[in-house]
Write a protein that binds this ligand. Structure first.
Ligand code: ARG
Length: 293
């Protein structure tokens, strides 16, 4: 193992803005509105005055998005963050469920918007945001410097680790043993990027879905799979003959992506995320899909 593992801990950079959504601006607006109505004693009837006092800047913003669609691009092949489950109904009424789907559902609800989930290839998510076809990318997406060139990310909502899956009898015991081996990954993911950097393009086999890479491992077509820890646990538990190595490969942070420069939506998302963290809803969503060990 020659190269150092990439470590993308952006927690410090991403948490700073969480508490910044106080009420001072809206209080001022409400006070101003109250003053105005006091002065104009004749004109305004009671209803108008009450409305003016209650309508804060934040509410006005929310009303602007009220009833609009919030289009989420994802790749629903990534349990427990997003996957199809025909026995459940997801937040947009489809069978796409999981942590990201529910977080996005909760954010949309706070913004008074209707969530619509689009299930596409993982490496199409950023282009969809850039072209404006989707508003948010929520896909267990890792914040990386390269991606930050093309999209903006919200505050982070989860940490993850890239892990290595091998077959039970494998001699591979850690990243050092991966040199000259064939590594299966999901195309365009950080697992793909890190493995290609560290072990060479020619040693990496890319599959459209993580589960396809896992099937390739079971069939002996690849020697190991590098993928995020939570889906890895699901895939190992669903397939006999596989094991997870306990040596972590790289640590990372998940966040929601938006089109570069869409600060209005980004601020709304960060505000909603902060509320979901504060109220414990985020933890509840995670606990619904990941049982504590
Ligand atoms: N965290 C990894 C990345 O950002 C993998 C995400 C894959 N997500 C998915 N929904 N398939 O590259």
């Amino acid at each position: 193992m020659k190269k150092k593992f990439v470590c993308l801990l952006m927690a410090a950079a991403c948490t700073a803005s969480l508490a910044a959504c106080g009420g001072s601006a809206s209080e001022t607006t409400a006070a101003a509105a109250a003053d105005t109505t006091a002065a104009e004693t004749k004109a305004a009837d009671d209803t108008t005055a009450a409305e003016a006092e209650e309508t804060t800047a934040a509410e006005e913003k929310e009303e602007a998005s009220e009833g609009k669609q919030l289009i989420m691009a994802t790749n629903a092949e990534f349990p427990p963050y997003e996957y199809h489950d025909s026995s459940m109904t997801g937040p947009d009424g489809s069978d796409i469920v999981g942590i990201d789907a529910e977080i996005a559902g909760a954010i949309a609800e706070k913004l008074g918007m209707e969530l619509v989930i689009e299930d596409i290839a993982f490496d199409s998510i950023i282009p969809e945001l850039q072209s404006g076809k989707a508003d948010i990318g929520a896909a267990g997406m890792t914040v990386t410097e390269d991606r930050l060139v093309n999209v903006d990310f919200s505050d982070t909502y989860a940490t993850a680790v890239q892990v290595i899956i091998v077959t039970e009898g494998s001699e591979i015991a850690g990243p050092d043993d991966l040199a000259e081996k064939t590594i299966g990954v999901q195309q365009g993911t950080t697992g793909d990027i890190y493995a290609s950097d560290d072990f060479g393009d020619e040693n990496v086999d890319r599959y459209p879905k993580g589960v396809d890479a896992v099937q390739a491992l079971l069939q002996g077509k690849v020697d190991a799979v590098i993928i995020d820890n939570e889906p890895a646990k699901v895939f190992v538990s669903e397939n006999e003959g596989l094991k997870l190595l306990d040596t972590a490969y790289a640590e990372e942070e998940y966040a929601i992506a938006v089109k570069k420069g869409n600060t209005e939506l980004l601020d709304q998302i960060n505000g909603a995320l902060a509320e979901l963290k504060e109220s414990g809803t985020l933890d509840e969503i995670v606990a619904k899909y990941i049982s504590a060990e």
